[in-house]
Design a protein around this ligand. Sequence first.
Ligand code: C2E
Ligand code: MG
Ligand code: MG
Length: 633
Amino acid sequence: MNTADTPVPRRILVIDDNESIHEDFRKILAPPARSPALSAAKAALFGTAATTPAAEARPEFQLDAALQGQAGVEKARAALEQGEPYQVAFVDMRMPPGWDGLTTIKHLWRADAAVQTVICTAHSDYSLEQITDELGVSDRLLMLKKPFDPVEILQLATALSEKWQAQRAAALKLDELERMVQTRTAEIEHAMLHDRLTGLPNRTLIVTHLETCIQRRKRNPNYKFAVLFLDFDRFKLINDSLGHETGDLLLIEISDRLRNSLRASDRICHQSTPSRLGGDEFVILLDDLREEHDAARVAERLLDVLTEPHEIEGQKLHATASIGIATSDRNYERAGDMLRDADTAMYRAKAGGRNRYVMFDRHMHEQVMARLSLETELRKAVREDGLGLHYQPIVRLGDGSLSGFEALVRWSHPTQGPVPAAELIAVAEDTGLIQPLSISLLRIACRQLRAWHARGGGAEQLLMSVNLSRKQLIDPDLVSKIAQTLRDADLPPGSLILEITESTVIDDKDAALAVFEQLKELGVWLHLDDFGTGYSSLSCLYQLPLSGLKIDRAFIQDICRRGAHTVVLRSIVQIARAFNLQVIAEGVETTEQFALLRELDIDFAQGYLFGKPSAAGDVEHLVAEPKLVVAGH
Ligand code: C2E
Ligand code: MG
Ligand code: MG
């Protein structure tokens, strides 16, 4: 391959019908005769560099000649084809009986667009204007008037071949640059569409392939394909215990194994997803399936292949996976929908015990649609203040008087009917709706309590318990929003109890503690909800600025049946006393439970025995006489 730096001989073509002119050119452009003896003597005397600068500066030419225009053009064409084009052509103006100089040059330029040309004319021939009229303006054409001086020929041949070479060097450089740009562009494109670690196509590329499959299926309903969403079970454990480097090596191993277990036409993609901590997923596109159910067989095979231990840096590692499958029989319109369904099925596989596959089906689709509709309707309801609160009485076990209420969210989906509060809160937490929702509910609860306080007759002592979601802690303005809501409702902070659960503190303990301290400073009470379920770590009790402990209803409901529960409950009460905490029992449904709780010296109780969560209007009679003994006492 020619590069810009490869020297090429200076090839000159003379087209002239006069042979003696050819001879003249030869003499002028021929290399100057050098006596070998003289050169040797010079070299001996002055060294090799001592040749005269003029002799060194003078270039060497390769000369060719033609007697007629056609023959000259043929030579030029052949020379170009052989990769040895002429750099300069001297063309005579008059060459009877054939083409004249202008016609020859026209053809010459068609044969070789780069050749520098000198037209040799007598005074009586065309003027420069006439020539440019005929050939157009070109920087490849110079005019030389006859009779010419040999120096002119030498200078023209030298300068024009120099120019030709410079132009060629520039063109080659440009080519080289273009090639470099192409290579770099291809590299960048590859990097954008492939996973850095495994070299496999990434999600972007697989989505493109998937769109193509979807379009193909539209044209041909017999064409079948499937998407497998594969996620490793507890991969985070490997990363955490053996380090990310080992995790990475394992992923490379796994991707090779998967690739080798698939057909060449199948595609596999991998992308490290930092957003899903510890999760590492592969997407596999099974192309051109005989039957959609064949996807299940492939999934089985992959699970099999993966059960073999992996040998990484001398240690044997086991990594199982969960696979979700979505097949083309659902006639997807968008790649994203198909991936989403495969993802949903994968989560089912995980929930079902891992190391298994699950096919996305109609039932799952209905659940997904119901959830989507729930999200949409909830969003609308939050926007339009369409959610309400029910209030459940909390009574003092000592005298049966009303202490206050717990505010519990209530909402009915327009078609699905009443949605359980825990489910609704989970959806709100997932969608980020929890923050506006919680504050608007807090506002309702505070206003309601303020209205009840205004009745007097003891009602001004009532407290309101409101549940706080862990996701509310993300809001940096949470404390000031709560303070503002209390001010707006003209309610003393000491009338509000916020119920938190241990899970509230799990994400970022220090941040949570800071918020709780500020809330305590504000004058709001904090109760620990659902105690007795989950972790129930004692550390929560002394780390959090709590004033009360709410024992979970699952625990209360069992106390009459299980003696052991009573023993534990007694200990909980003792611990609570040690930390100066009030104890509230929730979910009290029977008089037996009630009696037992009193015996255990528990302070407060809440449950169906005293009243179900009800609309504000339905608890008015309790508010009117809070000192009265509540039902069940
Ligand atoms: P939680 O805070 O522990 O609320 C007590 C739950 O027990 C309520 O369920 C209540 O209706 C129910 N309950 C009360 N007494 C009895 C009883 O005697 N027997 C039985 N079987 N159940 C009883 P609900 O209203 O479905 O709320 C469930 C959970 O949803 C709540 O548990 C709370 O964690 C959450 N939640 C409810 N409303 C809100 C809210 O406005 N904001 C937040 N962040 N969470 C809320
Ligand atoms: Mg609660
Ligand atoms: Mg509770």
